[in-house]
Write a protein that binds this ligand. Structure first.
Ligand code: SAM
Ligand code: SF4
Length: 473
């Protein structure tokens, strides 16, 4: 039987029943994890299958260091064989930090009188986008607090503004959103503005824990938040991102919550989330919470590897909340997108200096390298930094699924398109040394492009050198 939103009605169950704390704890407490089972589960994932909750719990319950190492190696193999060397780059752009909610972990919370409140006006937004384009960015995520001023109309308008800015050869080709959940009409409105992914993080999937962090405002309603991406689907917005804020509750529970949410979306709408985010709580202005559920670097690496294996064809995002060295390690376990050149204080991309004033941002970032420093570092590791937006613009939706399941898709589309966008960056923004490295990495990765594509790819790369832009397959 296909599970649809209707099924919940027939069963007389609320839509939110897909998250059942007792069921999740039952998996954690009662799933036996022998070395044989762990290896079986890793093998199932490497054969391109999404894992069940029980199978994910097998990986979560593996505590022997050698088995944990095998899980990490499995995730590495999956990443290499399926995604190859590509890593997609983007930048967050905070539009406004006014907020009516009081999430105890967030510097923007209403009760924090130290936070300097600001919303970019039209000209300031244009200036920020132009500064980002000058750095070489092509993909943005616009971020907002939850406030009556940040209505769907306002969000849609800021999206249109971001797309309208063209500085030199620069342009923004994909705008994603991280904002408060909307109603169906609201989702429709922002979709019409041409957004990519709409992200809503559940923060914690544990209903009781959720209550203790979300003390007032609309966000205090766990169910409204949990069903937000169902409303997005109803509005025809099928490109959505989920996430959990690690450090609010037991990380094992949150991993299963994310997998369960993924299953739910897949079962009901035939399309899972495009991306999963797993931010870890960082210091914030006047932060007032304990560290009972603090997630160590070791456990964090473990959970990233487990998630990679559990949902092999979902994009995974790791942000500049985490320090450079840890990001380098975690990318190997299957992260597919990172931000670069990140500044989160409102209006700070136009400033030359780095600003780390906690009262002007949501939290502290720990990787403040410029976009070029990050690209340089990725190239040193032989990775292929990508600004690709072609699937989305060519109407190939569900691209991660395609990458994964359509034979030869990566060799025909993803790798060539990654190279073409990297080539643009190298021509327009990179210092000579990075450009030299970058062209070499492009050449080194040619073997990952199908033979019949190589000729036309080389011809297009030459056209990029001659000044043409936005060529893709
Ligand atoms: N205000 C909207 C909302 O709450 O849905 C947009 C999201 S908020 C601007 C972006 C995300 O940052 C939150 O969903 C939360 O997961 C994360 N976040 C909040 N405080 C944080 C902190 N102290 N450290 C790391 N991440 C944090
Ligand atoms: Fe506001 Fe979002 Fe921060 Fe909560 S997480 S205080 S809703 S900006």
């Amino acid at each position: 039987m296909k599970f649809t939103p209707e099924t919940y009605k027939i069963l007389d169950e609320p839509m939110t029943s897909f998250i059942d704390s007792d069921e999740i704890w039952d998996y954690i407490n009662n799933t036996v994890s022998t070395p044989e089972r762990v290896r079986e589960v890793i093998a199932k994932s490497l054969a391109k299958n999404r894992l069940s909750l029980e199978e994910t719990a097998v990986l979560i319950n593996a505590t022997d260091p050698e088995l944990i190492q095998e899980i990490k190696e499995g995730a590495k193999t999956l990443k290499q064989t399926i995604y190859g060397n590509r890593i997609v780059l983007f930048a967050p752009l905070y539009v406004g930090n006014k907020c009516s909610n009081n999430c105890t972990y967030c510097g923007f919370r209403a009760s924090n009188s130290q936070q300097v409140r600001k919303t970019l006006d039209h000209d300031e937004l244009v200036a920020e986008v132009a500064a980002l384009e000058d750095n070489g960015q092509k993909r943005l995520i616009l971020v907002y607090g939850e406030h009556p001023q940040y209505s769907p109309e306002f969000i849609a308008e800021t999206v249109r503004t971001a797309y309208s800015v063209k500085k030199g050869n620069g342009e923004i080709r994909r705008v994603n959103i991280n904002a408060a959940p909307l109603d169906i009409e609201g989702f429709r409105m922002v979709k019409e503005a041409g957004i990519g992914t709409f992200q809503v993080f559940q923060e914690t999937y544990h209903r009781e824990a959720y209550k203790t962090y979300h003390l007032r405002g609309k966000k205090a309603d766990f169910d409204y938040r949990l069903t937000s991406l169902d409303r997005a689907q109803e509005a025809g917005l099928d490109d959505v991102g989920i996430g959990a804020l690690f450090g609010l509750y037991d990380w094992r529970f949150e991993v299963l919550g994310l997998v369960r949410h993924t299953n739910h979306l897949e079962a009901c709408y035939n399309v899972g989330p495009h991306t999963i985010s797993f931010p870890r709580i960082k210091d914030a202005s006047m932060l007032d919470m304990g560290d009972k559920y603090f997630v160590s670097d070791e456990d964090f690496a473990r959970l990233v590897a487990i998630l990679r294996l559990a949902v092999p064809y979902t994009g995974m995002i790791l942000t500049a909340r985490e320090p450079a060295q840890l990001r380098t390690e975690l990318i190997q376990y299957g992260v597919s997108q990172i931000d670069g050149g990140t500044k989160i204080e409102i209006g700070s991309y136009v400033e030359k200096e780095k600003n780390h004033d906690l009262n002007k941002g949501q939290f502290r970032i720990n990787d403040d390298r410029s976009l070029n420093e990050i690209i340089d570092d990725l190239l040193d590791q032989g990775m292929l930094p990508s600004f690709c937006t072609s699937c989305y613009r060519a109407g190939r939706t569900g691209e991660h699924f395609m990458e994964f399941s359509v034979p030869g898709f990566i060799k025909r589309f993803c790798t060539p398109n990654a190279m073409l966008t990297l080539a643009e960056y190298l021509e327009d923004y990179a210092p000579a040394e990075t450009a030299e490295k970058g062209w070499k990495v492009i050449e080194d990765n040619m073997t990952d492009v199908s033979e019949q594509m190589q000729k036309s790819l080389r011809e297009r790369l030459e056209r990029v050198k001659q000044g043409e832009r936005d060529l893709y397959f």
